[in-house]
Write a protein that binds this ligand. Structure first.
Ligand code: GLN
Ligand code: ZN
Length: 763
């Protein structure tokens, strides 16, 4: 009999209840008890939602982040918060969010409080975890209280609990040694605490523990492979059965290691690595459970249940009791309930499955395997019908788009001339001073702007009224920039709620959910648009706003677009064609916008690729393939313009070393990047590569309300000029200013413009 189980459930709540409860608690508007109570209610509800599973995850709920939970369970608190006298939950939030110490007059002060833990992306997802901090002196002590309390709640509810913990190797691998010491050396200290934890769980009657080791789908060197064996041999004595869970990718060369760990079971991602399952099965000792993740935990499409059964049935024959099935990974990465969606196009809706629907699919598969397909005949037929409708829908298939994509040839991605020939033509046309100043695109999204947009969406403001309100904002930002003396202006992006959603809403082939929220970090959620069909652009999306902005000034106004790779990486994407194919369609659509902007007389066009790096595959061996199509897509978008038109791109992160060749290959005339926090050191990558085009290294951190001084900006730019010839440098902030206030933006940009003048005087 096949066992069905799940690896984790979204914790934020179908209506983002946890988000609102957290934010209210943080603002001091509700009590800790209220928050704790809400947490318990959510757990209770989510376990009820998962009833029908043979094993239900417990311990996957978190008030902020499951990795931070693990740090507390292991007693690995950063030194700066040890010895805190207050409540443990408050201390937990101090690590998660940082805390500024109140100044004597009560106003918050930037210094003196507690720095937040660093946050980084959880593998290749859009979820961010708090990075565990290590040093050579790190020690561990068990605090099982959270898990024990949740187990007790689950027991009271009659839940068949399978506690979930993060495994020791992944915990070490994803953390950071602050003193550059060897993290693996800590394993010896860590293992006894894990052993103690497993004993504690065994004492509670726990039978199975899910121990997540997703680093098994990444490249591991010999030391780490060896450490895996050491660790699990050490934990072998535990009186619970361990299910080592991997997900998000392929085991590849770790397959032998994974198959032979001395544990009772292994979970693998059979969506991402179906080909890997048979080779694994041939290696797997015959006493072990094999859990196959057959329902995609990362995307929102219905599973092809019949196809999965065709594949699974022979495996079920072979494995018998040893076969478990589950979603490929925790359902944390998908929205909760499709039934909440009342406004979603019904045709598109019929193709989708959110977390609850995915659990239903799992149950259908389980029943089919146990009792035969006839027991779930109707469900299978309905599933087949929905998939067939999707395959043939005219909403999905647009022959015109398919023809254009098929006709893409190398010349689409080529500029008329190389940069060296374009640059003089652009400077003759733009007549910019040395060290030209600009900003990254957005200006403060003020309360008025948000109000106007929500009035417009609710029908309280008519389209003409909304348009007038946005024009007013654009005019204001042009006025401010003229007054500041910036050289290249932006319109300010007032009309954009989000840099992807804005374009998705205007492209054919996209749908939007009302409640399709997915946790990004802490209380923050994103609602990725759903790319379901061939992409086309029925009409221009930005030209009117930009042309209006340009009409208000003689200075060059930058056209502002989001690039195809970023739109793709921040959407739920099709599973019926490769990502690269969807990306090329997006590239062609945005290319049309670029050409329309150029036709409208716009001289500079910026195409943001904020999420290009995020899309890198987990394994380095697969990077090249991704970078090739990502860069090609950008080039298709950008490079249809004349030599005189200047293309900018922007990327807001600070790691370029390993992708610098691809960045250069994009061939944007100007790239603006985040650099202020790295003291311009990140320009080393550009210097060593002899990056040939222009660069705008960010001169101040837009995340902080601090106003950068003119001297500091001059110093930073002088450091930049040691690495990049001054005639190829621009002066700009690290990123867009939408989260700042005008009262911060104006003095900061004024100092930036003054700094540029000083620099010009010195050259
Ligand atoms: N143009 C966008 C802005 O200024 C870029 C945002 C980003 O890089 N994340 O807001
Ligand atoms: Zn940015």
């Amino acid at each position: 009999m096949t066992t069905i189980h799940s690896l984790g459930f979204p914790r934020i709540g179908a209506r983002r209840e946890l988000k609102f409860a957290l934010e209210s608690y943080w603002k001091g508007q509700s009590s800790r008890d209220t928050l704790l109570h809400l947490g318990a209610q959510l757990r209770q509800k989510h376990w009820a939602d998962q009833s029908g599973l043979d094993w239900v995850p417990v311990g996957d709920f978190s008030f902020y982040d499951q990795v931070l939970d693990m740090s507390f369970t292991l007693g690995n608190l950063p030194e700066r918060v040890q010895g805190f006298q207050g409540d443990a939950l408050d201390n937990y939030f101090r690590v998660a969010r940082g805390r500024s110490a109140p100044a004597a007059d009560g106003t918050p002060d930037c210094c003196g409080g507690v720095a937040a833990g660093e946050m980084t992306k959880w593998f290749d997802t859009n979820y961010h975890y708090i990075v565990p901090e290590f040093s050579a002196a790190t020690t561990f002590t068990l605090d099982a209280s959270r898990l024990l309390a949740q187990l007790a709640e689950a027991a009271a509810q009659g839940v068949q609990a399978k506690p979930v913990v993060l495994g020791p190797l992944t915990y070490l691998a994803i953390g950071k040694a602050k003193d550059a010491s060897d993290k693996l050396a800590l394993l010896e200290r860590l293992l006894p605490v894990y052993a103690q934890l497993l004993d504690t769980l065994a004492q509670q009657g726990v039978q199975w523990v899910q121990i997540d080791e997703p680093i098994l789908v990444t490249e591991l060197d010999a030391d780490w492979q060896h450490a895996f064996n050491t660790a699990y041999h050490h934990l072998k004595a535990a009186k619970v059965k361990l299910l080592v869970a991997t997900y998000f990718g392929q085991l590849q060369d770790n397959v032998y290691l994974a198959a032979h760990l001395p544990v009772a079971g292994l979970h693998v991602d059979a969506v991402n690595d179906r080909e890997g399952v048979l080779p694994l099965l041939n290696l797997l000792p015959t006493h072990k459970v094999l859990s196959l993740g057959v329902v995609n935990g990362r995307n929102i499409w219905k599973t092809d249940l019949t196809a999965v059964l065709d594949w699974l049935e022979p495996l079920a024959q072979r494995l018998g009791e040893r076969l478990w099935i589950a979603p490929s990974c925790s359902l944390l990465h998908v929205p909760v309930d499709l039934d909440s969606e009342q406004q979603l196009d019904s045709e598109v809706k019929s193709w989708l499955a959110f977390a609850l629907q995915k659990l239903d699919e799992l149950k259908v598969l389980g029943t089919a395997l146990r009792q035969g397909r006839s027991a779930v005949q109707d469900a299978l037929a309905a599933n087949q019908a929905a998939l067939a409708a999707r395959r043939t829908s005219v909403r999905v298939n647009n022959p015109a788009v398919q023809t254009t994509v098929a006709r893409i040839s190398a010349h689409l991605g080529l500029r008329e001339s190389p940069y060296a020939q374009r640059a003089p033509k652009q400077s003759a046309r733009l007549k910019l001073p040395p060290y030209p100043t600009t900003s990254i695109g957005s200006f403060p999204q003020t309360a008025q702007i948000r109000q106007a947009r929500s009035d417009f969406k609710a029908g309280r403001l008519d389209p003409a009224g909304y348009r007038a309100a946005m024009r007013q904002e654009i005019a204001r930002s042009v006025r401010e920039q003229e007054a500041l003396g910036l050289d290249v202006l932006v319109h300010g992006e007032a009309e954009r709620n989000d840099m992807v959603e804005y374009f998705g809403e205007q492209l054919e082939g996209y749908a939007f959910s009302q409640f399709g929220w997915v946790q990004s970090y802490g209380s923050r959620c994103v609602k990725p648009p759903i790319l379901f069909g061939d992409i086309s652009r029925p009409q221009a999306m930005t030209v009117e706003w930009i042309a209006y902005a340009q009409s208000l000034t003689r200075k060059p106004m930058k056209g502002m677009l989001t690039g195809p790779v970023t739109i793709l990486n921040w959407s739920f994407v099709r599973d019926d064609q490769p990502r690269s194919a969807s990306c090329k369609q997006l590239a062609l659509a945005i290319r049309e916008e670029v050409l329309d902007l150029e036709k409208a007389g716009v001289r500079i066009i910026q195409i943001d690729e904020a999420a290009l790096r995020e899309g890198l595959p987990l394994r380095k061996t697969q990077w090249k393939e991704y970078l090739d199509w990502a860069v090609e897509s950008f080039r298709i978008t950008a490079n249809g313009v004349r030599d005189e038109t200047q293309i900018h791109t922007h990327m807001c992160y600070s790691e370029f070393n390993d992708i610098i060749a691809s960045i250069a290959d994009m061939d944007a005339d100007v790239i603006t990047i985040e650099t202020s926090r790295s003291d311009m050191e990140l320009l080393d990558a550009f210097e060593h590569f002899q990056y040939p085009n222009e660069i705008g290294p960010g001169v101040y951190d837009i995340h902080s309300p601090n106003i950068p001084t003119q001297e500091h900006i001059v110093q930073l730019m002088q450091k930049a000029a040691e690495r990049i010839p001054a005639e190829r440098l621009w002066v700009n902030p690290d990123c867009g200013l939408k989260t700042r206030q005008w009262s911060e933006v104006i003095p900061a940009l004024a100092n930036m413009v003054a700094a540029a003048k000083t620099l010009r005087a010195c050259t």
